[in-house]
Design a protein around this ligand. Structure first.
Ligand code: NAG
Ligand code: NAG
Ligand code: NAG
Ligand code: NAG
Ligand code: NAG
Ligand code: NAG
Ligand code: NAG
Ligand code: NAG
Ligand code: NAG
Ligand code: NAG
Ligand code: CU
Length: 633
């Protein structure tokens, strides 16, 4: 099971041969582990001279610097430290039917290495990661996405089943190998339907420079909504129009912990994070929710934001922070108050427009070292009124400015992506369902025929149902061409929109309908907020732009699990003629073949070939007595 380190190119010819022998000798029907090889050769290792010129060591008073030559000012899209290390990690995904959750309630769960959240993946800026994902479940495929990782030239490592790969079938293993060309805080999660809502999720942090000094890196601080029923069952409830709003979460967890929402004696405990008095602490906030957006406050303290998703920004002080699903903030907390315990509160918007929880006061404890380690904070703080509006006004350190003249001509509507809601009844026995559409299409990807396999086969007959936008090649393949998208929300609910493979510039956000012929002056082309998730307002619009410099296929979707499962996604095929030359697409074939051999044996597959892809009969007899809904979330 142990692979040789994929360190430098010399290793790889032998290991490709080994791979070939392995996959050709072993019958796929036995679902033997599939082990694709590293795809991109590593740059030579660089010697680090401690304290050497020109920037200096990264230390508490010099966080802007990194490894002598690199700093927070380095344009990471153009250059980043060569691979100093290869990070090898094994992730085993299991299905546990009677798991004792952190709040004292037993429930079915899917865990990574036996834990929830999964282990924190850690790397240094520029490292090469090799993550071996073992599917140790009986009845689901899986597919792990490294949220926010640019996957530059490595689209086939993005981990999106039906787009960049086939799902990994039960009993198989897949090695993901990729570079981390940016630094900061992110997370990884399953992209197999709503599997991440069952627990297949964990933090991913990449150490690098920072735009402000801090003393202590406290690591990831993941907050997530939490449900006692499985995501598979909840997805079926959430889709039904007759059920109204999606299910309330049973709890909100902080670093995987919380008290029981209604009965403190039943179990569970508040998460406690310790601060050192007088020191500045880096905390990496992650909203890994399925549905609930949270506004975070810390009694008696402010947050100094230094990064939005993976983009370092000029430090900005906030007394509260709204976090949409999938968003991250690196913040510095100054422990300059009295030694005591303080509440960290998450407040949800009251009208249920961005989620609701049975836990009415989700909270964790921030405890100064020296304070009681058991007492609860005494100061309840002042309640805030939370909204569903995203934070704005951040200024990225590495600037991006677009010539306004590049913005598509007025009256050009081909760059508009209307997002709408429909209520079809594809299956009369269940009634009307919520169907989310982009460009009037609910995305429905083909697990057994991912887009990159179309590219491998030279097949451009993409079905309309996969909602693929084949972007025209930029003139002369220039890396500096921007593509612009007006995302127009035709319904009252906001959506956190996430793009793979790129950080986008948020040129503007507003209410009502964006009219390009009269409203272009409202857009900011001069280094606006840049990130990989934007909160699009209900009945409003957002205009984004990204640079067409990353050949591959990139999903853009709502990060609310129920909405993505209900079709809210579109995918961009970028510079398709260059993809085959950049990555070894044939490496996906053993896994795809194993998946195609497995699928007919699954009690839940294949799905009925309607818009919903639901299979009746046998599929209804699973753990939750339900069947799959849609292939992508
Ligand atoms: C941090 O690094 C800077 C620049 O290399 C150096 O001048 C300073 O003395 C270092 N500080 C500490 C506390 O080591
Ligand atoms: C709270 O939980 C305890 C321990 O499980 C149980 O004995 C008690 O009946 C519960 N109280 C309520 C009001 O449900
Ligand atoms: C996470 O995002 C969801 C959806 O946007 C939101 O409802 C929830 O309040 C967020 N959670 C936090 C802790 O910010
Ligand atoms: C938090 O920020 C506000 C507004 O900038 C300021 O008035 C307040 O003093 C700050 N609080 C702390 C504890 O630094
Ligand atoms: C913070 O959470 C605690 C515990 O749930 C609660 O008592 C307090 O009222 C909350 N404070 C705010 C400002 O939400
Ligand atoms: C809209 O813009 C695209 C590219 O930006 C261009 O190919 C197309 O011809 C334009 N259409 C109209 C109607 O101007
Ligand atoms: C191309 O893909 C389409 C849709 O999956 C399929 O029907 C067709 O047979 C494929 N063509 C070739 C030449 O493989
Ligand atoms: C675009 O960037 C790639 C990768 O850095 C480089 O190989 C290529 O030459 C660039 N293309 C142009 C036209 O500059
Ligand atoms: C999880 O375990 C239950 C009970 O053993 C089983 O019914 C279900 O099919 C399993 N699910 C997966 C994804 O393996
Ligand atoms: C995954 O397994 C669960 C049972 O654990 C089942 O309800 C669900 O339908 C399965 N999903 C797929 C797409 O196989
Ligand atoms: Cu949504």
């Amino acid at each position: 099971m142990i692979l040789p380190l994929p360190s430098i190119s010399a290793c790889c010819a032998a290991s490709i041969l080994f791979q070939f022998l392995l996959t050709s000798i072993l019958p796929l029907a036995q679902a033997e582990p599939i082990r694709p090889n590293p795809v991109v050769e590593l740059a030579p290792r660089q010697t680090i001279i401690p304290g050497g010129p020109p920037c200096g060591q990264n230390n508490a008073t010099n966080r802007r610097c990194w490894k002598n030559s690199w700093s927070v000012d380095t344009d990471y899209d153009l250059t980043n430290p060569p691979a100093f290390n290869t990070r090898n990690i094994d992730l085993h995904i299991t299905n546990v039917s009677n798991w004792l959750g952190p709040d004292g309630v037993r429930k079915p769960a899917m865990l990574i290495n036996g834990q929830f959240p999964g282990p924190t993946l850690e790397a240094d800026w520029g490292d090469y990661m090799q993550v071996n994902v073992y599917n140790d479940m009986q009845d689901n495929g899986t597919s792990i996405h490294w949220h926010g990782i640019r996957q530059f030239g490595e689209s086939n490592q993005d981990g999106v089943n039906g787009i960049t790969e086939c799902p990994i079938p039960p009993g198989s293993m897949k090695s993901y190998t990729f570079h981390v060309t940016q630094y900061g805080t992110s997370w990884y999660h399953s992209h197999y339907s709503n599997q991440y809502g069952n627990g297949v999720v964990g933090p991913l942090i990449v150490r690098g420079p920072a735009s402000a000094n801090y003393d202590i890196d406290l690591g990831p601080y993941m907050m997530t909504d939490y449900y006692w029923q499985t995501a598979d069952r909840l997805t079926l409830k959430a889709e039904l129009v007759s059920n109204g709003a999606p299910p309330d979460s049973d709890n909100v967890l902080f670093r995987g912990k919380s008290v029981h929402p209604t009965n403190r004696t039943q179990g569970g405990s508040y998460d406690r994070l310790t601060l050192t008095p007088g020191k500045k602490h880096l905390l990496r906030l992650i909203n890994a929710s399925v549905d609930n957006s949270l506004t975070i406050t810390l009694v008696g303290h402010n947050f100094t934001v230094i990064a939005t998703d993976l983009v370092p920004v000029k430090p900005i002080v906030k007394s509260s922070l709204f976090m949409a699903v999938g968003q991250r903030y690196d913040v510095i907390i100054d422990a300059n108050q009295a030694v005591a315990n303080y509440w960290l509160n998450a407040t949800l918007e009251a009208a249920n427009n961005c989620g609701r929880s049975r836990n009415l006061f989700p909270a964790a404890i921030i405890s100064y070292s020296g304070a009681s380690t058991t007492a609860l904070p005494t100061n309840k703080g002042n309640p805030i009124t939370a909204t569903c509006a995203g934070e704005t006004g951040f200024v990225p350190i590495v600037t991006r400015t677009i010539p306004a003249s590049q913005f598509p001509p007025v009256s050009n509507t081909s760059n508009t992506l209307p997002v709408s809601l429909a209520f079809p009844t594809p299956d009369p026995s269940r009634g009307a369902i919520f169907e989310w559409r982009v460009r009037n299409t609910p995305i429905n990807v083909e697990w057994d025929h991912p887009v990159l396999e179309y590219i491998l086969q030279g097949n451009t007959s993409f079905p309309g149902s996969i909602n693929l936008v084949d972007l025209p090649a930029p003139p002369n393949n220039a890396n500096s061409t921007w593509t612009f998208w007006i995302i127009q929300n035709q319904f009252v609910l906001p959506h956190p929109v996430h793009l793979h493979g790129h950080d986008f510039l948020i040129l503007g956000i507003g209410s009502g309908t964006f009219n390009p012929s009269t409203m272009t002056s409202q857009l900011n082309f001069n280094n606006p907020t840049r990130r990989d998730v934007v909160q699009m307002p209900g009945s409003g619009w957002v205009v984004i732009a990204y640079k067409m410099d990353n050949p591959g296929v990139w999903l853009m979707h709502c990060h609310i699990g129920w909405h993505a499962a209900g079709g809210l996604g579109v995918q961009f095929l970028e510079r398709k003629s260059e993809i085959k030359g950049l990555m070894k697409l044939d490496q996906m074939e053993p896994n795809c073949n194993a998946w195609r051999a497995y699928a007919p044996r699954s009690p839940y597959l294949p799905k009925k070939d309607s818009g919903l892809k639901r299979r009746m009969g046998m599929g209804e007899m699973g753990m939750e007595g339900e069947s799959p809904v849609r292939r992508l979330a």
